[in-house]
Ligand binder design. Structure first.
Ligand code: FAD
Length: 414
């Protein structure tokens, strides 16, 4: 888009959009606004000092030193986006249509909250030397020399980040013990039958996985488990989840749910007029799944912005706005495997296996009343791609054919 087009602005108004948070969701909102023809000023405020970057490589290539960084290839000047880095927004005064920042107030007409998530720390671990989180480029850069030193590491949490960090640390030659408070990895995300083969991946990679092992205390050089066992640790990486980064909104009148997520509606609007929310910081009602979803995955931070931009344009024009109701999708690269998941499953959904989970490639489908609800694919990207489309179409499946690896998943639809 040329500067002339941007200034002419097919939207025909000069409202100022301010986006708080210059991660994936914030950057993509700015890009989508311009792509969809927003002609007014766009300001993007980000707390971090770095050029906006992508997070998935932080637990993969960037951590291993195989990539220097992961900055987005976006020319903010060409898009006429006023990018202000190192700008930590500390408050929202919606009655005045202003944000508070250390550099002074920033006025807005339309506000997009895209402040992402903050990793959870273990109580008492803040400031203990050698204890790390993995969320930012700075975190990854601090961890690189730790891996290069090939030391004894303890990873707290066998979730997605814990598994990816363990993979990188083993590849770097570190000794790794993973301690998990639950009885198995990914206990909140996947059923026990599905995580059973995944538990074995830790062992196969030469990492030690201790389940039912809550941490009692972390001190410099060691981790003490609730049972009293003491694990030596040159460094500790804590990967126990993340919480929406919304504490700066306290007292603003913006509605948050008990997890701290901004409770957006089906158009990603918030309870405050002219204020929208997108990405890891916001939950939205899914008509498809009959519940509110808080999705902490990259694809949501890519597709949510396209909807939020379209809704802003529609609201300014007084036209009907699109609804955000995606089939959630994410991937994880762990222990030499490409793991992908699409959809959303419940405990009551029927599990159908495709392939042997002891082998390198297999999938699992979740069916409700024979309708495909979710797919997990390990090294089977075709199952994932086909499954995602079938889920979007609410496809009814033949369970026997769904289980038959000789039948492409799309051909198992009735
Ligand atoms: P964020 O990326 O968290 O960006 C929010 C930005 O807002 C941050 O830069 C933050 O500094 C800024 N901010 C916060 N508060 C303020 C404030 N008050 N003022 C100004 N700025 C503020 N997903 C996958 O699907 N697959 C993967 O393999 C995968 N790997 C990942 C690996 C790592 C190490 C991490 C951390 C995440 C990974 N994810 C992955 C998740 C994915 O990266 C996130 O879902 C995505 O980054 C969310 O984007 P976001 O813009 O909503 O939030």
């Amino acid at each position: 888009m040329s500067e002339q087009q941007i200034q002419a602005g097919p939207a025909g108004n000069r409202s100022r959009v301010v986006i708080v948070g210059a991660g994936m969701a914030g950057v993509q909102t700015a890009v989508a606004l311009r792509e969809q023809g927003w002609g007014g000023p766009v300001t993007l405020l980000g707390a971090e000092p770095h050029q906006p970057y992508d997070r998935p490589p932080l637990s993969k290539a960037v951590l291993l030193g195989e990539a220097e960084g992961s900055a987005f290839e976006v020319d903010f000047d060409a898009l006429a986006v006023d990018l202000r880095l190192g700008t930590d927004v500390t408050g929202l005064r919606s009655a005045d249509h202003e944000l508070d920042t250390p550099a002074g107030p920033v006025p807005y007409d339309v506000l997009v909250v895209a402040t992402g998530a903050t990793p959870l720390a273990l109580p008492g671990s803040a400031g203990v030397p050698g204890v790390h989180l993995l969320r930012t480029l700075d975190d990854a850069e601090r961890l690189r020399p730790v891996l290069a030193d090939k030391r004894d590491l303890v990873v707290v949490g066998a979730g997605w980040i814990g598994a990816e960090f363990t993979t990188a640390a083993r590849a770097a030659g570190c000794r790794v013990t993973v301690v998990e408070a639950a009885g198995r990895p990914l206990a909140q995300a996947l059923p026990a039958q599905v995580t059973a083969p995944m538990s074995r991946w830790y062992e196969e990679a030469g990492a030690r996985l201790l389940t039912d092992s809550p941490v009692e205390r972390i001190q410099s050089g060691s981790v003490t488990l609730a049972g009293g066992a003491v694990l030596p640790a040159d460094a500790v990486v804590v990967g126990i989840g993340a919480r929406p980064a919304t504490s700066w909104l306290a007292g603003s009148g913006l509605a948050l749910d008990p997890d701290g997520a901004v409770t957006a509606d089906g158009h990603l609007r918030t309870n405050l007029p002219g204020v929208y929310a997108v990405g890891d910081c916001a939950s939205f009602p899914s008509a498809r799944y009959g519940q509110r979803l808080l999705v902490h995955h990259w694809d949501n931070a890519l597709s949510g912005p396209r909807t939020v931009a379209a809704v802003i344009l529609a609201d300014e024009a007084g036209e009907p706005a699109p609804v955000y109701d995606p089939v959630p999708y994410f991937w994880s690269e762990q222990f030499g495997r490409f793991v992908q998941y699409a959809g959303h499953h419940g405990d009551a959904d029927a599990l159908v296996w495709r392939g042997d989970p002891a082998g390198p490639n297999w999938s699992v489908c979740w069916l409700r009343d024979q309708i495909l609800r979710a797919v997990l694919a390990v090294g089977r990207p075709r199952d994932l791609a086909q499954g995602r489309k079938l889920i979007e179409a609410n496809s009814r499946m033949d369970p026997a054919r769904t289980a038959d690896l000789g039948v492409p998943l799309k051909s198992a639809a009735l």
